[in-house]
Design a protein. Structure first.
Length: 195
């Protein structure tokens, strides 16, 4: 079974959200001021476009240097206490990996209420470092990651909507390309306690 990368590809999404928001706000006020003060309008239009352009260029550079990442697992669903090895595969085109950091995380998500009164929250209840073992290859990054799901996983209290999501998260520091992150969902039979 192959799990697809759920990102964030270029690190934290807050930076991209901020650059998009800055672009929208600066262009809104820039076009409003275009007739009254063209110089200030030009500064706003150009200043708001620069962070968005940097984000787009980084994304294009990353896509050119790296292909899509995959995590290869033997089983589609694994039970608690499962122990084995997974393989992280990513094409490399001119980028060099300096270091790889991998973590196993268990995220508990819950929601309460309905419609306007609905509140959702999530919390990382288990966070363990993993020891990736990479073999040097020229055109492909292939990393073996020993993975062990603890037999006594944190149980989730079942309200109306509660869910446990297991992630294998990787952080790659690169040269010749921006640093990147990958997140892969691992389907684990959850421990659920009903009230």
């Amino acid at each position: 079974m192959t799990a697809q990368d759920e990102g964030p590809i270029l690190g934290s999404g807050w930076i991209h959200m901020f650059s998009t928001l800055l672009l929208i706000v600066s262009w809104f006020f820039g076009f409003k001021l275009l007739r009254g003060d063209p110089r200030l309008a030009g500064v706003l239009l150009i200043g708001g476009a620069i962070p968005a352009a940097i984000t787009i260029l980084q994304f294009m550079r990353l896509r050119r240097s790296l292909g899509r990442a995959e995590l290869q697992l033997k089983d589609a669903v694994v039970p608690l206490g499962w122990s084995g090895s997974v393989t992280y595969v990513r094409p490399l085109r001119g980028a060099t990996v300096r270091s790889i950091e991998a973590r196993l995380q268990c995220e508990e998500r819950a929601a309460k209420g309905s419609a306007k009164q609905r509140k959702e929250w999530s919390e990382i209840v288990l966070d363990e470092p993993l020891t990736p073992q990479s073999s040097p290859m020229l055109e492909q990054l292939r990393v073996q990651i020993p993975l062990r799901i603890p037999p006594t996983a944190p149980p989730s209290l079942y309200e109306s909507d509660a869910q446990i999501v297991w992630w294998v998260r990787l952080r790659l520091r690169m040269s010749g390309c921006p640093n990147t992150r990958s997140s892969f969902r691992v389907q684990v039979i959850p421990a659920v306690v009903e009230r």
